[in-house]
Design a binder for this molecule. Structure first.
Ligand code: SAM
Length: 228
């Protein structure tokens, strides 16, 4: 039994790798997050001349809401098919995206997990941020529950000299920045990386008090980074 994790672009179709295109072309069984997003990507690749025909394999769906209940069934399907690929809507599978339970189960059964790397928003943002990449703490999406959020802030407080990377919904950026300022001070260097690799890509860098003072309503996808 083999599962191949395929990294996809964050937004710019030209970031897809040759290996990812070949693997998509040859795939007979695909597990994706959202069939509409998968077909949209496939069509873009057809339009750009990388794929010739429409997808004729089997498509299965896994998302954050159904992964736990579907994992046993998915493992059966992968076993029957012999191999499958797993893709997210964008970026790397398992990175704040579904797939962990499937990978864990395949490894427990001594199956093979292979990866075709692609971009992740976290690392793409880190490299362009101007913040040190020597020691990094990636927290993904913070919980909305105060208790769990505070556990994360405690973790950050204990670790000095690190760059912290967060995924955040645009409507919550201001609140999260305010929490960072309250916890780590107005001089904290912060970066907001918005719409990476897309038409309206924007990188906002500065000390957090200035960034907050000049913050306009944020649209699109956002990574927040700060140094402490
Ligand atoms: N698997 C993806 C990866 O490898 O980065 C992450 C998926 S997670 C569900 C989506 C979050 O990733 C967004 O809310 C945002 O925080 C971040 N993200 C994804 N694409 C982005 C982009 N183009 N620019 C900025 N942030 C992005």
């Amino acid at each position: 039994m083999k599962l191949t994790l395929v990294g996809l672009p964050l937004g710019n179709i030209e970031d897809i790798s040759l290996r990812a295109i070949r693997t998509l072309r040859e795939a007979k069984t695909v597990i994706c997050e959202d069939t509409r997003m998968f077909y949209k990507l496939w069509q873009k690749l057809v339009n750009d001349g990388h794929l010739q025909t429409s997808f004729s394999g089997r498509l299965m769906v896994v998302n954050d809401f159904n992964e736990a209940e579907k994992v046993a069934w998915l493992i059966d399907q992968i076993t029957l098919a012999g191999e499958a690929i797993l893709v997210s809507d964008a970026g790397m599978p398992l990175i704040s995206d579904p797939g962990y339970r499937i990978v864990k189960e395949i490894l427990a059964r001594e199956g093979t997990v292979e990866v075709i790397p692609g971009p992740t928003a976290a690392m793409t943002a880190l490299s362009v941020s101007g913040l040190s990449a020597d020691k990094v703490l990636f927290l993904g999406f913070l919980s909305k529950k105060t208790g769990k959020r505070n556990e994360n802030w405690k973790l950050v407080k204990e670790a000095d000299g690190i760059t912290v990377i967060l995924y955040e919904a645009p409507v919550r950026v201001q609140k999260t920045l305010e929490e960072i300022q309250a916890g780590f001070g107005p001089e904290t260097p912060v970066v907001i990386a918005r719409e990476l690799t897309k038409e309206y890509e924007q990188i906002i860098r500065g000390k957090i008090s200035d960034v907050l003072a000049n913050l306009k309503p944020i649209k699109g996808e956002v990574v927040i980074l700060f140094r402490r």
